[in-house]
Design a protein around this ligand. Structure first.
Ligand SMILES: Cc1cc2nc3c(=O)[nH]c(=O)nc-3n(C[C@H](O)[C@H](O)[C@H](O)COP(=O)(O)OP(=O)(O)OC[C@H]3O[C@@H](n4cnc5c(N)ncnc54)[C@H](O)[C@@H]3O)c2cc1C
Length: 413
């Protein structure tokens, strides 16, 4: 009998898993379930970048055209939220349907964290996770006079850049004493702060948003930890996200995500989890990590799709090097690997000229790179970190020499 793989969540992880199943020869039925109203799954990163600024339309950010699903016999059902799971019966409840499956892939992603008191506010409070959120925020792009942003993370800073360019007064409130303290080294974080301030964004470091001020369900202002009150009609809350785990309360969790093995198996039989909702060991993280990025979602999805299609030798996603990017003003920031406390820092290029890379080295080996407008460094670094190549320290500081030409030749075997 034909096998049925049911995938909950039709975004980067879910769609890639469906594609990987077919590419690896799975000839059973595949159903992709999406709770979102939008009929075609889309790229999520542009929601805080080119889609929010109006440079790209919803059609332009579709992950795949409609024909992809037809051509690959993938049944895509949108506007349908899965609500219940019976792992013993191998059925899922969605709306008034009970859907049987042979294998279930949870690709349910994450939801934004909220501030206490949010439930009392109907107007003026923004979050940014899906297309509907981006549309609501984009409607204020040209009409808001002031936007307060709680959280100086990637999403908050990308939105700050978009709004300040439109003439909106933007105030970012960040509890840490530097921007993106866990993701970026000081050599990148400090010029990023200067970039935002030069563009006119007010950034209050070491400050927490402590209270939402509202009247009749409408936001009117916020209060900060230093006692300041700021009047505002619009607040974007960008304080991180939480994995959506509610569908499988019986599955083991780790670090806030479904605990999965190197191919995505959860502790429940025939239930797999991938993407933002999953925690997996990662060689470069040095242990379990829930990595929220397109790269992690797609690498995990490829590994799970291949394993489910019976490819026992499929490479596990745990071996994949994490990488990420962010667009702010004319900065294309690209990162590979994780900050390494105590690593030797090498600078290539000139921060003042807006094109540089910060390398984290352990001895002769590269372990992480943070590049601004140096895409070549990023692309080479992704290969060279993963392969454990050894570098000539003197050559590295010459920004004109491509990274892959700075290697110490390996002795012939
Ligand atoms: C604004 C924004 C900007 C970002 N920028 C970047 C970037 O520049 N680079 C980068 O690498 N990453 C970026 N990310 C992170 C990246 O988008 C995520 O890591 C990625 O989308 C994770 O994919 P996913 O498929 O695991 O989850 P998601 O993309 O969150 O998709 C999960 C889907 O499952 C659906 N779902 C959940 N529960 C149910 C249910 N019960 N029934 C049916 N459907 C359900 C959700 O509605 C959603 O559509 C950004 C994220 C956001 C929000």
């Amino acid at each position: 009998m034909t096998k049925h793989t049911l995938i909950v969540g039709a975004s980067h992880a879910g769609v890639t898993a469906a594609e990987a199943l077919r590419r690896n020869g799975f000839d059973g039925a595949i159903t992709l379930l999406s709770a979102e109203a939008c009929p075609l799954p889309y790229h999520r990163p542009p929601l805080s970048k080119a889609y929010l600024s109006g440079e790209k339309s919803a059609q332009q950010i579709a992950l795949r055209g409609a024909t992809f699903y037809e051509d690959n016999a993938i049944i895509l059902r949108h506007g349908l939220r899965a609500e219940g799971l019976d792992p013993r019966a191998r059925t899922l409840t969605a709306g008034d349907e009970v859907i049987p499956y042979d294998d279930l892939i949870l690709a349910t992603g994450a939801r934004p964290r909220l501030l206490p008191g949010s439930e009392q506010i109907r107007t003026g409070l923004h979050r940014l996770r899906d297309l509907a959120d981006a549309d609501a925020l984009a409607r204020r792009r040209d009409s808001a006079s002031r936007l307060v942003i709680a959280g100086g993370g990637f999403i908050g800073l990308e939105v700050a850049a978009t709004f300040v360019k439109r003439g909106v007064e933007v105030i970012v409130v960040e509890p840490q004493t530097s921007l993106l303290a866990r993701a970026l080294p000081a050599e990148v974080s400090a010029p990023l702060l200067a970039l935002h301030r030069a563009a006119g964004v007010e950034i209050r470091l070491g400050t927490t948003l402590t209270r939402l001020i509202h009247s009749n369900g409408r936001l009117t202002g916020v209060e900060l930890s230093d006692g300041t009150q700021i009047a505002t009609d619009d607040l974007l809350v960008g304080i991180g996200s939480q994995a959506r785990l509610e569908l499988a309360p019986g599955a083991e969790t780790r670090l806030g995500g479904f605990a999965v093995d190197s191919h995505g198996r959860t502790s429940l039989p025939h239930v797999w989890a991938i993407g933002d909702c999953a925690t997996q060991d990662n060689r470069f993280a040095g242990g379990p990590a829930r990595i929220e990025s397109v790269q992690a979602a797609t690498d995990q999805a490829r590994a799970t799709g291949a394993a489910l299609a019976g490819k026992t030798d499929a490479p596990p996603a745990a071996e994949a090097l994490p990488w990420f990017w962010s667009d702010q003003y004319d900065w294309k920031l690209q990162m590979a690997g994780f900050i390494q406390p105590g690593a030797e820092v090498v600078l290539r290029g000139d921060p003042a000229a807006g094109a540089f890379s910060v390398l984290h080295m352990r001895g002769a080996r590269l372990c992480a790179t943070f590049s601004v407008n140096r895409a070549g460094d990023h692309i080479h670094a992704r290969k060279l970190i993963a392969s454990g190549a050894r570098f000539d320290a003197a050559a590295l500081t010459d920004a004109a020499t491509p990274l892959n030409k700075c290697l110490i030749p390996e002795p012939a075997a």
